[in-house]
Ligand binder design. Structure first.
Ligand code: AHR
Length: 532
């Protein structure tokens, strides 16, 4: 099933590559954009957790994408494919949310521990109704995290699981005392306790997680927050303690965020929370007819960019509700599912959510990461949906073949922003206009990394017009500027298994004069610049 489906992706991707209609080439003068970087005005720290990933048991996100099994001819370490590990290490993934998504509220951890040959075959009713072999379970997940150097973010089953089941799972994973469960973990190959950095208390409990009313969810959530304990001795100090994230906004109204935050404010000593989640997808058209992932023109492009900028508003609204109960911003907002969601690749299993990934999607990734960075005083984490072969993926695989997508390149280019300090900027962004759509043409973020180096991230949304940037940097006479820029001939340009570098960043060098910095951003591009 998997192989057939992924072969179809490759075939479709190749077919799409020849049918793409380039946008009309309009020879327009570049727009002049003045950017002031207030290097003397440092803001909040940009949590590297906003570059988190999400890997659900969905389509070939896990099976084929990460897990090929120890006997596979594809090079692997203990069943985990090595090409994917190498690519993910390069983008310094901070954490991977697992096992769902909607699948998380169907997941029963006991099915995924013990000898693999004896694990039960279960069903994945939400995603294609396929068999879940349970070969990738708790130990395989932590092995994968170790291999890529990321932390654990476990989404607990509140919908169909019991408090006891969840509490046992966490004892199994984290106890250092020789309880029966901890001894079972040791017998299964891991004597030392696992470290679980994040606990997601259910997933979309207003929808696939059980369609609970906000009040009902809050009562359930409090019991899970109370009894899902992390016993790992290395996680007892406040700084290293596991962070608990409750379900928030349902995308339509904010009752969940309000109910959860009110409960948090009124809480008694026995339970606590460190985060509330927000799920926000970019849907170019409508849920019923989202739009294709390739072969679109400027109309679809402009609508998708407009839609993605809603993230700014969503964060502002949830943040304002949180401020009512938590003016000191102790509780973080975690955008633990986001990304562009298009129609599935024609011919693929619609339950597998397979879509191509284009230059447009790279711009969408950059614009959202910029929004998260600008809101880093409240947004403490984010997880793009999803890491491999599903929705806005970093990586696509086809049997032994693997490619990295335009979105992956943005994540690699943005590595210097992980744990950097936000620097205030002001700019006259100009306007990108298409029909009645009017959007800021240029987006910019600045930050200083831990070594003090200044970095700029810039996006030029306009697909027809370049932007001539002139940047002045308060408190710093720029001597040199260089970086990487990502662009391509068309907004729906993408990589295929046969042409893997259709969209790839290239190096560029800016010009400096009188302490100012000058460079040209091509139309429809993302750039990251290191300033010295
Ligand atoms: O990412 C795909 C699905 O989208 C997730 O399983 C669910 O949480 C959301 O609705």
């Amino acid at each position: 099933m998997f192989l057939k489906a992924t072969k179809r992706i490759a075939a479709l991707a190749t077919a799409a590559a020849v049918s793409v209609q380039p946008l009309p080439a309009l020879a327009q003068q570049p727009a002049s954009v003045r950017l002031e970087v207030k290097a003397n005005q440092p803001g909040s720290k940009i949590s590297r957790e906003i570059f988190g990933q999400f890997a659900e048991h969905l389509g070939s996100g896990i099976y084929g994408g990460i897990w090929v099994g120890p006997e596979s001819p594809i090079h692997n370490v203990r069943g985990i494919r090595s090409d994917v590990v190498a690519a993910l290490r390069a983008i310094r993934v901070p954490n991977v949310r697992w096992p769902g998504g909607c699948f998380g509220d169907n997941y029963h951890w006991r099915n995924g521990v013990g000898p693999r040959g004896q694990r039960p075959a279960t069903l994945n009713p939400d995603w294609g109704g396929v068999i879940e072999p349970n070969s990738f379970g708790t130990h395989e997940y932590f092995d994968f995290l170790d291999q890529i150097g990321a932390d654990a973010f476990i989404s607990e089953n509140i919908g169909s699981g019991s408090v006891q089941e969840g509490s046992d799972w966490f004892e199994y994973m984290t106890s250092d005392k020789p309880t029966t469960l901890a001894k079972e973990r040791a017998a299964n190959g891991h004597p030392t306790p696992y470290n679980v950095k994040y606990l997601g208390l259910g997933n979309e409990s207003w929808g696939c997680g059980g369609a609970m009313s906000p009040d009902h969810y809050v009562e359930e959530m409090k019991r899970f927050a109370r009894f899902t304990r992390n016993y790992n001795p290395a996680q007892q100090a406040p700084a290293s303690a596991m962070k608990r994230i409750a379900v928030g906004w349902d995308g339509g109204n904010s009752d969940y965020t309000d109910a959860v935050m009110k409960a948090w404010k009124d809480k008694v000593w026995s339970w606590d929370l460190e985060g509330v989640s927000l799920h926000g997808y970019t849907i170019p058209n409508s849920w019923e007819k989202k739009g294709p992932s390739v072969g679109f023109g400027e109309d679809e492009y402009a609508k998708a960019i407009r839609a993605t900028l809603n993230m700014k508003e969503w964060i502002a609204r949830q943040s304002a509700i949180m401020d009512k109960y938590d003016p000191d911003r102790k509780v973080g907002l975690y955008v633990d599912e986001w990304g562009i969601w298009t129609d599935p690749n024609p011919g693929s299993n619609p339950g597998f959510l397979q879509q191509q990934n284009t230059l447009r999607d790279a711009l969408i990734a950059a614009l959202n990461l910029d929004i998260f960075m600008r809101n880093s005083d409240r947004v403490r984490g984010a997880n793009i949906a999803q890491m491999i072969n599903v929705l806005q993926a970093m990586i696509l695989t086809d049997g032994p073949r693997m490619l990295v997508t335009p979105t992956y390149h943005v994540y690699r280019m943005y590595v210097p922003f992980q744990d950097a300090t936000l620097i205030s900027v002001s700019l006259d962004a100009g306007t990108y206009a298409y029909g009645d759509i009017r959007l800021p043409a240029v987006d910019a973020v600045a930050a200083r990394d831990e070594s003090g180096m200044l970095w700029l991230a810039l996006v030029n949304v306009d697909p027809n017009r370049g932007a001539q940037i002139e940047a002045s940097i308060e408190g710093l006479a720029a001597r040199s500027a260089s970086g990487e820029v990502l662009t391509a001939a068309t907004v729906d340009a993408h990589n295929t298994f046969d042409r893997q570098n259709q969209v790839a960043p290239r190096h560029f060098i800016g010009r400096t004069s009188g302490g100012r910095l000058f460079f040209k951003l091509p139309p429809k591009s993302v750039a990251v610049v290191e300033v010295r």
